[in-house]
Write a new protein. Structure first.
Lengths: 401, 401
């Protein structure tokens, strides 16, 4: 189960970079992607061999960047359930709806995948100090894994990031600061900090390995369906690392001979109050413009200008997908509907994708018989204030009505 | 993978009960336990065969009470990580400490195991209405699984149950009531309700199958250690179903020929403010007395008089274990220590067990080289108010210090 990582490569200008030392962006300003010797991996690991491995994401070790098993910093991430959602699907007009429930990851969100692989690779490369801006959950996840690894972490997050993420980062011992602004303001502060101190910048996509953790969602969806790909995957996109990762996983699995036939349509879901990718897709542009006045209750997708926008848009167009925005009101309704019909308390970002599935069905962009996967990126427990109920109170001697 | 369930049996008076219809307590007032044809199971399933099955708790289907796979109501419960906690262990003086992290279950706690199996069996037996009192998390979990199953559920919980559990139950559509009192008051209200309406009483241990879900923690610990049992398992006990279940699993695994040698010491952990089992153990009694004025911030172990007390005490004594109480202050300190040293945000009940591990080591009741497993029964996300930090706030133009 040795890593077949060979090098890093720029997906914009094609420049090749060494993988053996810490790396950030390409000289051209683009994120870097990890490349593997897929021919060697194809010989080393088969789909049948995978079936006997533990369920966490390290089952795909040959396609991950960490060579030394001792460098693996793990809390049991990955291997999340892919659940049929029959009744919810029927309520939305979709007869073959599934939810990939990332809320059962350590730290309660899919950010654990990126943090596990990113922190492990940083440890392997000898990095001792990390710094990053975060909308909330990535900061919490990286704080947990950095604590486990014994690596110092500095995080900066918007002052109105979910309270649970602020506490999570600080609880795990990260040097945690808030900023009266957006994640873009936090990013600027971190950029100045790393320039001054030499801490490693672990910002989304400025660090090339968190995407490698996220891509395992794509591997898992294929494997859990017996390598028979679904028709569409709906993904709530903030930075968009997950959808870039799934797209990368599809390309790798095709090269490995693990999948055949048409790839799923990759569908980007954003909030109406922050939809740079949706606008860029609609207007046929290759990258996005900074979204002024970003506002949505789904903090994880409140990213005004994703660094990897061109890679997200490439993934969507390459697979015949689309990009769609939903309202905060639709998000809240989808949380309630999913809890009652599927038994899952999903996060607002995942709820955006559920709402989008219904809308795309109504608009005829998804067909009733298509196999559709919604990525629920995290647990609703991290957002308790989005639901509230006025419950009746009894005295000990009272009877239930 | 057919169930080998044969009947229900009273562990107090030995009476045999039919398993094919809904059952509550024995006529003698004791909980009933599920029995299996272990000889047949031994022929049907081997340890090697298990290795190829999916990770969730249904891998032990032969030893679970649900016959019809279509009746399985699943959110992917079980198969939780068993994580080494080296640095945390060294801080406590224990060189081989492990945490079984139940926080990655659906609904964020180990209650998902009991709810999955209990609701599935109820569905299989044709039950259409359930009612139960709850300290909080069980109500949330049963609400999620009942919603998924399409079964009506009524829950009553103390007014000061964690806010997240109140919202969770209501969000999943359970008929949710609060009571100005303790779980024992909620239990009395539910008892009157089921007598009047014919709803099935799914109270802890009045319903014989949730323990079957909980026992899978014992199977998993054995399997995850390669069938080489640890020296001790620390379990935070409210109702104590988990420890009864683990004890039952040990007996079953021994009969199946899956384990050999000495069983782990089963150690009950309670809070100083509610320690009926600890007092009963210390005074050599076979059951506990109602604990007056129960008070601890760990809501899940605030149970003044567990119905299965005699079974818990039997499990502890049978395995050479012990029972110990820790203070709320120790619980809060253990949450912080575990987050920094192991990268896990654990629940207060799990933190009680971490604190107890340190105390038992200092008291010489655990040796430094013993392999010790702490059961963290849930995620700390469900208790965000137990940690707080005053974080510095920057303006967008500011630099990090």
């Amino acid at each position: 189960m040795a890593s077949h990582l060979t090098h890093l490569e720029c997906p914009r200008c094609g420049a090749r970079h060494e993988a053996g030392r810490p790396a950030n962006l390409c000289g051209c300003g683009s994120p870097l992607l990890a490349h593997y010797d897929l021919e060697a991996a194809r010989r080393d690991v088969t789909r049948a061999a995978l079936a006997e491995r533990p369920r966490d994401l390290w089952r795909y070790a040959e396609l991950l960047p960490v060579s030394d098993p001792a460098a693996r910093v793990s809390l049991g991430e990955g291997g999340t359930p892919l659940l049929p959602a029959g009744r919810l699907g029927r309520a939305l007009g979709l007869n073959d709806l599934w939810i990939k429930d990332e809320g059962t990851n350590p730290t309660g969100t899919f950010k654990a995948r990126g943090a596990a692989v990113g922190v492990s690779r940083a440890l392997e490369l000898g990095v001792q100090r990390l710094a990053m801006p975060t909308a909330g959950n990535a900061g919490g996840a990286w704080a947990a894994y950095a604590a486990r690894a014994g690596i110092d972490l500095t995080v900066v997050m918007p002052q109105d990031a979910p309270v649970i993420n602020r506490r999570e980062a600080a609880l795990h011992g990260a040097n945690t600061h808030l900023v009266r602004g957006l994640i873009s303001d936090a990013g600027a502060i971190v950029a100045r900090y790393v320039a001054r101190t030499g801490a490693f910048d672990a910002s989304t996509l400025k660090e090339p390995y968190r995407i490698e953790g996220k891509k395992t969602m794509g591997y898992e969806i294929a494997e859990q369906f017996g390598w028979d790909l679904p028709d569409a995957i709906l993904y709530p996109a903030g930075g968009g690392v997950g959808i870039i990762g799934i797209h990368k996983a599809l390309a790798e699995m095709a090269a490995l001979g693990w999948i055949r036939g048409r790839w799923p349509k990759l569908i980007v879901v954003q909030a109406e109050g922050c939809r740079p990718l949706v606008e860029a897709f609609a207007s046929g542009r290759e990258d996005s413009s900074f979204w002024q006045g970003a506002a949505t209750l789904a903090a994880g997708i409140r990213v005004p200008k994703p660094l990897g926008d061109f890679l997200v848009l490439r993934a969507v167009r390459d697979t015949g997908g689309t990009a769609i925005a939903v309202s905060d009101r639709e998000i809240l309704e989808a949380i309630q509907l999913t809890a009652r019909e599927a038994g899952l308390w999903i996060c607002p970002e995942g709820a955006a994708a559920v709402a989008a599935a219904g809308r795309l069905r109504r608009d005829g962009l998804l067909q009733p018989t298509e196999r559709v996967v919604v990525l629920n990126t995290g647990s609703g427990f991290k957002y308790p204030d989005l639901v509230d109920f006025d419950l009746p109170v009894l005295e000990p001697g009272d009877d239930l009505p």
